[in-house]
Design a protein around this ligand. Structure first.
Ligand code: HEM
Length: 520
């Protein structure tokens, strides 16, 4: 049989299959509408047949959803292909969700990319609410992010931040200007590397850990990419954008990398070189579950690898994005930068290194970070939640399995909650006790309720120590020809909301710090 004939007949089978699937989908949609039509769904824009409101998301979904929220109200309804979606976009609606429906809305809407290598089955971020997720969360809160544990690991953060300052300074001496985010993300990977595995995993000067670092960056990119197979599950087998295929490759590489550490540690323990390292890998290997209510007896080797990868992924983009936006805002607002530096000189001392015990007294620095997270939350729609049951919410009926998006970006810029919401004014936080611990629903960059960010205590320490050290150590300037007014503030939507044009800066040493063995 000629090749062209075979290709043609294969193509016609695929097309017939697709047409049939679209027709079935249309039918299912009509029947579903009739079934749930009796209940009251939230209002929302009319959608296209089959595609629904997919085209309304655009390249910046948080911005498009914010405009739709102004038109349709704080709770509205979208149909994204086959995925029913409710968007929550006011502080009041978020409060109602997290205070009164938190359990029902605690499921996760898992995308196709996260199914690569069955990642979602061992994941906490994308895991369904249930015994396994509960167990992981408990281990994290009792072993990794307690006050004691955070205090015990201060030396790790200090070491990694010192290295970051040194790398930045060396590179700026060689090249003039540097890309800030690159150094912050290396620092963040090394903090987690030390907390989890007692290892510095990357070094931008020696290219150590380059492959791992690249795999993590590519995984993060793939998760954030809109995937047509998420909107039309019948296309999953086709993987039209090759997202799952690429994800399987990158995830495989990164899991192999983690696996080498885990295997070596298991070997050391078997050879009675019982490791006394107080890291999270030993905690996971030592874990014994109670086997009640579906809790497993232990964490499998594969799931330990997944958990290692997970914490790198969850922390790197969010921390890097926040520091890059904070420095961007400080460079755009030189008056604010001056005040933060004056505060650091006063509280820490001109020739001293910032310690975490100083954070409580650094009110301006704390307000700068809050203001940054208000305007630039790294997860502008949180991680998509899912209704686990049919739920009556704000007088609407939300059917089971609806995806729930909470637009914290829109909530942080809502004039109902904030005066002059688009201006960067850290002082606004001096007049209030508003914080990001999930109780003030006008400001929830870490989420709220059961699925709130479990790494918040670590993020809090890392962000303050890193930003404080950066501002205290250097005088900052923009590259030639760029003025604060001309800075590019465009965003890039992905797994985290990053600055589209990476921030490039020129450094001058500000203070020579006592006990600082790196920058001098
Ligand atoms: C600027 C720093 C960070 C921000 C703004 C942030 C924000 C968030 C948000 C918005 C969520 C989802 C909440 C929801 O779906 O309702 C989340 C979940 C999560 N975060 Fe973070 N995060 C940060 C840093 C970290 C760090 C440093 C770690 C750990 C090392 C971490 C680990 C996690 C994990 C494991 C989850 C999943 C929790 C669950 O589903 O139960 N995050 N984070």
């Amino acid at each position: 049989m000629p090749d062209s004939y075979m290709e043609w007949s294969l193509a016609s089978v695929v097309w017939c299959g697709l047409c049939l699937a679209v027709m079935l989908l249309l039918l299912a949609t009509i029947m579903k509408k009739a079934r749930i039509g009796a209940n009251q769904l939230p209002p929302g824009p009319p959608g296209w047949p089959v595609f629904g409101n997919m085209f309304e998301l655009g390249a910046m979904p948080h911005v498009s959803l914010s405009s739709l929220g102004r038109k349709y109200g704080p709770v509205f309804w979208l149909r994204l292909g086959t995925v029913n979606t409710t968007v929550v976009s006011s502080a009041e609606a978020a409060m109602e969700m997290f205070k009164n429906h938190d359990l029902n809305f605690s499921g996760r809407n898992v995308n196709e990319a996260m199914r690569a290598c069955s990642y979602n089955q061992g994941s906490m971020v994308f895991g369904q609410h249930g015994p396994y997720w509960r167990m992981l969360r408990r281990i994290c809160t009792t072993e990794l992010f307690t006050n004691n544990r955070i205090n015990e690991t201060e030396h790790i953060r200090k070491k990694c931040i010192d290295n970051m300052l040194r790398w930045m300074w060396d590179e700026s001496q060689k090249k003039g200007s540097i890309e800030l985010a690159r150094f912050v993300s290396h620092m963040s990977v090394n903090v987690i590397g030390n907390v989890m595995l007692s290892e510095d995993l990357v070094d931008p000067q020696s290219k150590k850990g380059d492959e791992f670092f690249k795999s993590i960056s590519r995984i993060i990119e793939s998760i954030g990419k809109p995937n047509v197979a998420d909107f039309f599950p019948f296309l999953q087998w086709l993987d039209p954008q090759r997202i799952k295929k690429n994800m399987t490759r990158d995830m495989g590489n990164a899991l192999d990398f983690a696996c080498r550490f885990v295997k070596q540690r298991i070997l050391d323990r078997q050879n009675k070189k019982k490791s006394t390292k107080a890291d999270f890998l030993n905690v996971m290997l030592d874990f014994e579950g109670n086997q009640k209510d579906g809790e497993p007896a232990d964490i499998s080797e594969k799931n330990i690898n997944i958990m290692i990868l997970e914490l790198f992924g969850a922390s790197t983009e969010s921390t890097t994005g926040t520091i890059e936006w904070a420095m961007t805002e400080l460079l755009r607002n030189p008056g604010v930068m001056r005040k933060v530096q004056e505060e650091l000189d006063q509280v820490v001392g001109q020739n001293k290194c910032i310690e975490e015990s100083n954070i409580g007294d650094l009110h301006y620095l704390k307000a700068v970070l809050k203001e940054t997270l208000r305007l630039h939350p790294p997860a502008p729609l949180l991680v998509p939640h899912r209704a686990m049951e049919d739920t009556k919410f704000m007088s609407y009926s939300i059917p089971k399995d609806t995806q729930i998006l909470v637009n914290v970006w829109a909530i942080g810029r809502d004039p109902v909650s904030w005066d002059d919401p688009l201006s960067f004014k850290p002082e606004r936080f001096f007049r209030s006790n508003t914080d990001y611990k999930g109780h003030h629903f006008q400001f929830i960059p870490f989420g709220a309720g059961r699925r709130m960010c479990v790494g918040l205590p670590l993020a809090h320490h890392m962000l303050h120590l890193a930003l404080g050290s950066l501002v205290h150590s250097f005088e900052w300037a923009l590259e030639d020809g760029i003025t604060p007014e001309k800075m590019d503030m465009r965003e890039r939507f992905g797994i985290a909301l990053r600055k589209a044009d990476p921030l490039k800066v020129v450094l001058k040493l500000r203070v020579v710090q006592e006990n600082h063995d790196t920058v001098n």
